[in-house]
Design a binder for this molecule. Structure first.
Ligand SMILES: Nc1ncnc2c1ncn2[C@@H]1O[C@H](COP(=O)(O)OP(=O)(O)OP(=O)(O)O)[C@@H](O)[C@H]1O
Ligand SMILES: [Mg+2]
Length: 394
């Protein structure tokens, strides 16, 4: 019997389920890691091994001991940093050099790189010293957005509208950042979107776009609807920038995902990630293209040949919605209105009646996958989503 190749996936939350399932379809023996064995995704892997995926040295030891053939990031920036670090140390394929991964995933390095190379992004300055950050505020125009350089999910992010709000928010961002670094960035008014692409030999061979929305936490995307309303205006420019970055940094084949803000005139690149996005992001991509999107992400991260990426384009109207609570408390029930029942083609719910919501700004009870007949229906129902799908908590 031929032994299966071992793939280490760096977490096992609901967000990694598409990666784990697709890896198994690609005939890998899948080992998940992460410091929470209770997460739902671990049920889908062949083996679980405890380690904190944000600690590259520990995960390197795990990868060595398990003698893995490849590593795949989880849906978190610490995951892609660790995946790239391990791959470099062990000579595994499928990831950019560690220094390159830092440039793309640490906000201060990405801003510096972008501004030096005319990549359209909101102006930002990076700081590793709190006094220098406070002093620099006087030269900037409000509103500004302050962020730790290495976190996700909007942790430690604040919008400031005057100098007196700065000391507290800057302090918070510094104290939460693992590397004690922050950026102070111009706040752009506009709509938010993502543009997920696949690169092969430095060329964009596929893209998928969507509109992104948040609920009570303004820094936390919880609903999406695809395609992006402005995709025809921004696609060429974004592709040109991706291919430019790819050439400059000699990027490996695989996912190249952008979050952008659209001001009405221009797309500003907010962030880039070279890992799978969370909350079942691959499923709307699959729905509108027929691809196994998570499967292609895994192939690339495992160093497999990606030259056969199929010629497909995004079709139809679809989305996903994370069910979140309006307050902390015990879940009484989850309500799905009749008006939207027919739009739901799949769902994964892991917190039900009598579970406790401890942090309503970040806790999710599940993800609902939606399809629509038209752009109008999609935009109308997405605008009313919190009246159509919600939970009662007491
Ligand atoms: N320059 C900006 N102007 C306006 N809004 C912004 C700006 N930067 C970020 N935001 C908003 O704040 C949110 C969080 O910012 P950002 O993506 O940089 O942080 P993050 O912690 O990495 O979050 P994520 O996990 O979504 O990547 C964004 O989704 C966006 O809504
Ligand atoms: Mg981010």
């Amino acid at each position: 019997m031929i032994k299966k190749k071992k793939l280490l996936i760096l977490n096992g939350s609901h967000s990694e389920i598409p990666l784990i399932k697709s890896s198994k379809s690609l005939d890998f023996y899948v080992i998940t890691t992460g410091n929470n064995p209770e997460l739902i995704g671990h049920q889908y892997s062949d083996e679980y091994c405890f380690a904190d995926y944000s600690d590259p040295e520990t995960v390197l030891e795990v990868a060595r001991n398990l003698n893995v053939d490849a590593v795949c990031s989880c849906s978190n920036d610490f995951g892609i940093m660790t995946a790239s670090y391990i791959s470099e140390k062990l000579g595994l394929p499928g990831h950019d050099a560690y220094e390159t991964t830092k440039i793309l995933h640490q906000k201060d390095l990405f801003k510096k790189f972008s501004m030096a190379n005319d990549i359209p992004t909101p102006y930002a300055e990076g700081f590793d010293d709190i006094d220098k950050a406070l002093a620099a505020i006087n030269k900037r125009r409000f509103p500004l957005i302050i962020k730790p350089i290495d976190l996700s999910g909007g942790k430690g992010v604040s919008v400031v509208r005057s100098a007196k709000e700065c000391p507290g928010t800057i302090q918070t961002a510094f104290s939460l950042s693992h590397s004690r670094r922050i950026v102070i960035e111009d706040f752009i008014k506009g709509s938010q979107h993502s543009f997920s692409t696949f690169i092969v030999n430095g060329r964009v061979v596929f893209y998928f776009s969507d509109n992104e929305y948040s609920y009570l936490n303004p820094f936390f995307v919880s609903t999406s609807a695809a395609p992006a309303v402005n995709v025809s205006e921004v696609a060429d420019d974004l592709i040109q920038n991706i291919e430019k970055i790819s050439k400059m940094l000699s990027l490996k084949d695989g996912i190249f995902h952008i979050q952008y803000l659209y001001s009405g005139k221009k797309a500003y690149i907010l962030e880039i990630t070279r890992r799978c996005s969370g909350d079942l992001y691959p499923y709307p991509v699959d729905y509108s293209t027929g691809l196994d999107w998570a499967g292609w992400i895994v192939r690339a991260e495992a160093g497999m040949d990606c030259s056969g990426f199929p010629a497909v384009s995004q079709k139809g109207f679809c989305g996903r919605h994370c069910i979140m609570s309006p307050k902390n408390g015990i879940i009484k029930n989850v309500i799905i209105d009749k008006q939207i029942e027919g739009n739901i083609y799949d769902k994964l719910i892991w917190l039900r009646k009598s579970y406790r919501i401890n942090n309503y700004l970040t806790d999710k009870a599940g993800v609902v996958l939606l399809k629509y007949d038209s752009m109008d229906e999609m935009l109308d129902k997405t605008a009313r989503i919190h009246q159509l799908i919600y939970m009662n908590v007491e």
